[in-house]
Design a binder for this molecule. Structure first.
Ligand SMILES: NC(=O)c1ccc[n+]([C@@H]2O[C@H](COP(=O)([O-])OP(=O)(O)OC[C@H]3O[C@@H](n4cnc5c(N)ncnc54)[C@H](OP(=O)(O)O)[C@@H]3O)[C@@H](O)[C@H]2O)c1
Length: 285
């Protein structure tokens, strides 16, 4: 199978390229720009892939609130250009989406399934929801929603929670962490493995691909420092105290059981095991 991975210098795109090896061609800025409609068409015609996995995206959730034009140019128009190029060349499109397409239901306490009605609460989430609608113009499409990705940072990756916590803990012994946002941070190694499996079986439709279970950023950080054996004082704070530019869902846990029900699928371990695995492969730097 000839595979193109866009956003290949980011977190997920980089991991997918590593896992696929020579089967995949990676594209990213500056050579490949999703907002350049003609350029996108040229790349797709030249490479003629069977499958395009679009990991390119505007991923800075807070900055998107004041930079919505750029965010939408990449996440909405860019995906429309890619889907149109797929339509012309016959390629299947795998679009990576997010738990942040949900969140408007303040009373929600059960994991979201693929068919649940969306309701984003910020500019980024809305742009990703629209990206899903555009992706469906491709002749064959797969939408993979994930959450709180962490793993090795690619050269252009925007960063992740684990690396930020480790960096900050080295600067100071006390960290404030939000304790009222429930979700499932997920290890890119496992997410990429699941995407490879879905591509291999030519899956179509929407899939939630996250590690199993649910947590808060506070509990996730506490577990992380417990595994590392670091003594870091954590202060539990609310989203209101953190006061970030973008509103975030209080509950955006995704239910991966549709994926887990496919027989012979590779595993999506619980988030605690996934975190431990990443910290051990990462090494103590
Ligand atoms: N990170 C998460 O927690 C998370 C959670 C759920 C879903 N997702 C989704 O998963 C996908 C991958 O996320 P990630 O964490 O791997 O992101 P990432 O590390 O920020 O990587 C995204 C890559 O896309 C590139 N890019 C940005 N604008 C582009 C453009 N116009 N043309 C081509 N490439 C462009 C970025 O380059 P620059 O850095 O130079 O902009 C970067 O290399 C995204 O669709 C994201 O929305 C992410």
């Amino acid at each position: 199978m000839r595979i193109v991975v866009t956003g290949s210098l980011g977190q997920l795109g980089g991991e997918l390229c590593r896992q696929f090896g020579p089967e995949a061609v990676g594209l990213d800025l500056p050579e490949f720009d999703l907002t350049d409609q003609r350029g996108v068409g040229r790349w797709m015609e030249q490479l003629a892939p069977d499958v395009v996995i679009n990991c390119a995206g505007y991923t800075q959730v807070d900055r998107a609130e004041s930079d919505s034009v750029r965010c939408r140019a990449v996440n909405v128009s860019g995906v429309a250009y890619l889907a149109e190029a797929c339509r012309r060349t016959g390629a299947a499109l795998v679009q990576i989406s997010t738990d942040y397409i949900f969140g408007a239901d303040a009373a929600r306490q059960t994991p979201y399934r693929e068919e649940d009605p969306p309701g984003p609460v910020n500019v980024y989430g809305l742009s990703k929801l629209e990206s899903e609608r555009h992706a469906k113009a491709a002749p064959r499409w797969l939408i993979v929603r994930s959450c709180g990705l962490y793993g090795r940072l690619g050269p252009r990756a925007a960063g992740n929670f684990v690396e930020t916590m480790i960096h900050q803990a080295k600067q100071r012994g006390r960290l404030r962490v939000v304790a009222d946002q429930h979700c499932t941070p997920s290890y890119v190694g496992h997410v990429a493995r699941a995407i490879r499996f879905l591509v291999a079986i030519r899956a179509v439709g929407v899939y939630h691909i996250v590690n199993q279970g649910a947590t808060t950023w506070y509990d996730f950080a506490a577990e992380m420092f417990r595994i590392l054996g670091w003594s870091v004082e954590l202060e539990r704070i609310s989203s209101a105290q953190w006061n970030s530019p973008a509103r975030r869902p209080g509950y955006s846990v995704l239910d991966p059981s549709k994926y887990l029900a496919i027989s012979g699928r590779p595993d999506l371990p619980p988030w605690q095991e996934a975190l431990k695995e990443y910290l051990s492969v990462r090494g103590a730097e």
